[in-house]
Ligand binder design. Structure first.
Ligand code: GDP
Ligand code: CA
Length: 322
């Protein structure tokens, strides 16, 4: 079976770990990763979501934190701070720095991001084919009314909004800058067209999966795909399980509920949708929108429970196909 998954960072990566445990050795998983969170820091190209997937599946992730490297040290960051060189709000550890140095060096030598990602994965062996959504530069920006500048409207990089401001300032709009002229990376459209099953993990529907969908050609490929598309809700009991997805949902006028997210994707994309057992009441609303819906446990507390979620998603896909 060929399974194609659109993924952000932590939610996507944790789901993928369960999916890997749920499938057989002959099944192939292709991941289309969000690169809208990418940022240039200290002259280096940082790809937070691709790295979270790569480290999580490759056994290098900091488990509790969910991002960055295990057994990390912070000497470079301290030295940069001693020079007064920031930003200090973005956590780049020594081990992590090496990844960004290798990536930046290869990009500088002329390799596209997709080739660089493949080279980094040679080391990590994530057990999936990890493709950036695009080789072109796309950066999600968030329009805020900056409290530090007397409420002046300005666009900040998504990382500044999320990591520095903790999404505490209301987001007025989410802009995937550069997406409109970006092309899907090599293999992305094929991975959608040739898939037997397509999954949307419980990733952020706006700034993770929404950004991937903003690359021209990706949404069209999904709508045209033969394979069933099944998603899992990142919203449980009316709130994100982790993070601040409710803030970016609000910015685009979508309520923080499992049903509203399903309807935001819509029935031209989704064939099936899984909501958490506590959200059974929303099943009818989702089905009224033309999307088959089931309520199953959706908390990724460990690999076994996550694998069970993945099996439920694959079963629902099978049902859609039937
Ligand atoms: P990010 O790029 O690191 O923010 O990660 P993603 O976009 O891939 O995933 C973020 C989403 O994962 C958040 O909206 C969370 O609500 C969701 N999430 C995290 N843990 C869980 C979980 O155990 N169950 C479900 N259903 N969603 C989760
Ligand atoms: Ca992300």
């Amino acid at each position: 079976m060929r399974i194609t998954v659109l993924a952000g960072g932590i939610g996507g990566a944790r789901f993928l770990r369960g999916l890997k445990a749920a499938v057989g050795p002959a099944d192939e998983i292709t991941v289309i990763g969000n690169t809208g969170d990418d940022i240039h820091l200290f002259g280096l190209k940082v790809c937070p979501d691709l790295d979270t997937v790569m480290y999580t599946l490759g056994g290098g992730i900091h488990e509790e934190q969910g991002w960055g490297r295990a057994e990390e040290t912070w000497s470079v960051k301290e030295e940069l701070a001693a020079y007064g060189v920031g930003p200090s709000w973005f956590g780049l550890g020594d081990r992590d720095f090496a990844t960004h140095i290798v990536r930046t060096q290869m990009l500088g030598a002329g390799y596209p991001l997709s080739a660089v990602t493949e080279a980094l994965c040679d080391r990590w062996q994530p057990g999936v084919r990890l493709l950036p959504m695009t080789d072109d530069r796309v950066e999600t920006h968030v329009v805020i009314e900056d409290p530090e500048q007397g409420g002046k409207r300005r666009a900040v990089h998504f990382q500044e909004y999320w990591v520095k401001l903790h999404a505490a300032v209301p987001a007025e709009a989410i802009l995937p800058v550069g997406a409109e002229t970006a092309k899907p990376a090599p293999g992305v459209v094929e991975a959608v067209a040739e898939a037997d099953v397509i999954l949307f993990p419980p990733s952020n529907p706006i700034v993770s999966i929404g950004t991937i969908l903003a690359v021209p050609g990706v949404r069209e490929a999904l709508v045209a795909a033969q394979a069933p598309i099944v998603g899992l809700s990142p919203i449980v009991g009316g709130a994100p399980v982790r993070g601040m997805a409710d803030k970016v949902l609000e910015a685009v006028g979508v309520e923080s509920s499992a049903a509203a997210v399903a309807k935001h994707y819509g029935s031209d994309l989704l064939d099936g949708w899984l909501v958490h057992t506590g959200d059974e009441a929303s099943v009818a609303e989702v089905e009224a929108a033309g999307i088959i819906c089931r309520a199953v446990p959706l908390l990724m507390t460990d690999v076994d429970t996550t694998a069970a979620m993945a099996r439920q998603a694959l079963e629902l896909a099978e049902q859609v196909r039937g």
